[in-house]
Design a binder for this molecule. Structure first.
Ligand code: ZN
Ligand code: ZN
Length: 336
């Protein structure tokens, strides 16, 4: 089968033929229809995450936003069969037995395997997946619409959900990229008054088109005052990895509000302790299978739509180059 493979960090992916994987008894073999290109794939290929390097399988097929059809089910698989459309996310498997799994926090399981990191991902014609972690995808969604939901979608969904936002409350999204443009729509579906913040006019326009109630240019002078005069926001979801966005969000949150860390700056984040005002600072790490089902339902009910463009597998290195230069709006998905 054709695949794009990482052999060495900081080198272009190699397009080559590799063997079709053989599913184990508890696994399914999936023919990939689409695989979203996440910024994390670029970070993985560039070796930017030394903390994760010990987990890496090398050579590695990246890609953790995978949608395709089951073509073969292992002998012990009972709830999936050939022909089912499924998606495979970042968490390739979790143990089900540890404290975190037992508490419903399988996304934090220390024994998890990771798609496109510790096991091969979806930049290929076929992938094998644990039947327990392959999630059925509603047929009303196209593969390229559904694929980005498996990382960008589930992450933004869980981020908004964990803020505890209630209908009528104010929620600001900082950074209207692949994750942020979904967070705007998800927050609307929770009934929030949504304020979108970005540094580019085009992305603010996109946010308005997607239902944001208010947009603010991040470099406008009065932005701090604007947040102050509305009494601050109940929650700020920061999808930008710019340190400046975190500084702005910190002052935008009202007392007892929540600052949700989604975008990951390379440097540590620091906030002045004396000004904490009972603010809660939380982070999000992808999502659970239940979150995944909930975000798929939102998409199937047309409450959210992902702005997605497609490319072919052979264009992946060009897509990575564009991503390095910040030239991508919304999401790119490889169409197999
Ligand atoms: Zn991702
Ligand atoms: Zn576990």
């Amino acid at each position: 089968m054709r695949a794009a493979v990482i052999h060495e960090f900081k080198q272009p992916l190699t397009l080559q033929n590799v063997d079709v994987p053989v599913p184990q008894a508890d696994e399914v073999l999936v023919q990939v229809e689409a695989c979203g290109v996440c910024h994390s794939d670029l970070s993985i290929a560039d070796g930017d995450w030394p903390q994760l390097k010990r987990l890496f399988k090398i050579p590695l097929i990246p890609g953790h936003e995978v949608v395709g059809r089951v073509v073969k089910a292992g002998s012990s698989v009972i709830d999936l069969a050939a022909g089912d459309r499924v998606g495979i996310a970042w968490v390739h498997s979790s143990c089900g037995a540890c404290d975190l799994c037992q508490e419903g926090l399988e996304n934090l399981c220390p024994k998890q395997t990771i798609t496109g990191v510790s096991v091969d991902g979806g930049y290929a014609e076929f992938i094998r997946a644990k039947a327990s972690h392959a999630i059925k995808v509603p047929e009303v969604l196209t593969p390229e619409q559904a694929a980005p939901l498996f990382c960008a979608g589930v992450t933004s969904y869980r981020a908004v959900k964990l803020t505890g936002i209630q209908p009528g409350q104010r929620l600001a999204v900082f950074g209207i990229g692949g994750v942020g443009h979904l967070a705007v729509q998800i927050a609307k579906s929770f009934g929030a008054h949504v304020i979108a913040v970005d540094t580019t006019e085009g992305k603010l326009k996109l946010a308005r088109d997607l239902g944001a109630d208010q947009t603010l240019h991040a470099s406008s002078e009065g932005i701090g005052k604007t947040f102050h005069s509305m009494g601050g926001v109940h929650a700020a979801v920061v999808t930008s990895s710019a340190k400046a966005a975190y500084a702005q969000a910190f002052y935008a949150v009202r007392p007892a509000g929540t600052l949700m860390v989604v975008g990951l700056p390379a440097e540590d984040l620091a906030f002045p302790a004396i000004l904490m005002r009972e603010i809660k600072i939380r982070s999000v790490a992808t999502g659970t299978r239940q979150d995944m089902r909930e975000v798929l339902k939102l998409a199937a009910d047309s409450k959210i739509r992902c702005l997605v463009k497609t490319c072919s597998l052979s264009q992946i290195n060009e897509v990575f180059d564009k991503m390095r230069m910040g030239q991508i709006t919304g999401r790119i998905a490889i169409k197999m």
